[in-house]
Design a protein around this ligand. Structure first.
Ligand code: HEM
Length: 152
C-alpha cells in the first residue's frame, strides 16, 4: 500500500514540476521570441488550459496520497521533513489555485475579446506564479529527499 501511494505521489509530482519546467524554460521563451501577441497569447492560453487540467488532477493525487501515507505512519510519528514537505505542498497548491481560478480566466477572457494588453498582463502574472511554484517545487523535492540528512 505504501509503495502504491508513493508511486501515485511521485507520478503527480513529475507531471506537475516537469510540466512547469517545460512551460517556463522551453515553451514560453520560444513563443515570446517567435510569435506576436495575437498569435502567442491564444497558443499559450490553449496549451495552459490543457496543462492546468492535468495539474488540478495531479495536485489532488499528490495531496491525497501524501496525507494518506502520513496517516499510515501517524502524524505525530512522521519525521519533521515530511511535515515541511506537507506545508510547502499546501503552499504550492494554494498558489496553483490562484493561477487556475483567478488568473487563467482573465487570460482566457482577454484572448476571447482579442484584448492583448489584458491577456498579456494576466499571462505575465501567471508566468511569475509558475516560476514561484517551480522554485518551491525544487525546494520541496530537496526537502523530501535530502531532509532526513539535513535535519538529523
Ligand atoms: C500536502 C502535500 C504533501 C504531503 C502531505 C506529502 C507527504 C509525503 C509523505 C508522507 C511521503 C513519504 C511516503 C513514504 O515514504 O512512504 C512523501 C514522499 C515524497 N514526497 Fe511528498 N507530500 C506532499 C507534497 C509533495 C510535493 C509538492 C513534492 C514535490 C514537489 C513531494 C515530493 C515527495 C518525494 C520526492 C517523496 C519521496 C521521498 C523519498 O522516498 O525519499 N511531496 N510525501
Amino acid at each position: 500500500m505504501r509503495s502504491f501511494l508513493l508511486f501515485l505521489h511521485l507520478a503527480g509530482v513529475i507531471i506537475w514540476v516537469g510540466g512547469m519546467f517545460f512551460a517556463h524554460f522551453c515553451l514560453r521563451p520560444v513563443a515570446a521570441e517567435q510569435l506576436p501577441p495575437a498569435q502567442r497569447l491564444p497558443l499559450l492560453s490553449a496549451v495552459l488550459g490543457r496543462f492546468f487540467v492535468a495539474v488540478a488532477l495531479a495536485v489532488a493525487v499528490i495531496l491525497a496520497s501524501g496525507f494518506a501515507s502520513l496517516k499510515l505512519t501517524g502524524f505525530a510519528l512522521a519525521p519533521l521533513h515530511w511535515h515541511a514537505m506537507s506545508g510547502l505542498g499546501l503552499l504550492m497548491a494554494g498558489i496553483f489555485a490562484v493561477i487556475y481560478f483567478r488568473l487563467y480566466p482573465r487570460l482566457r477572457a482577454g484572448v476571447a475579446e482579442a484584448d492583448w494588453p489584458a491577456a498579456g498582463a494576466a499571462m505575465n502574472r501567471i508566468r511569475l506564479l509558475v516560476a514561484t511554484n517551480l522554485l518551491l517545487g525544487g525546494l520541496t523535492l530537496a526537502v523530501a529527499t535530502l531532509g532526513a540528512y539535513l535535519v538529523p
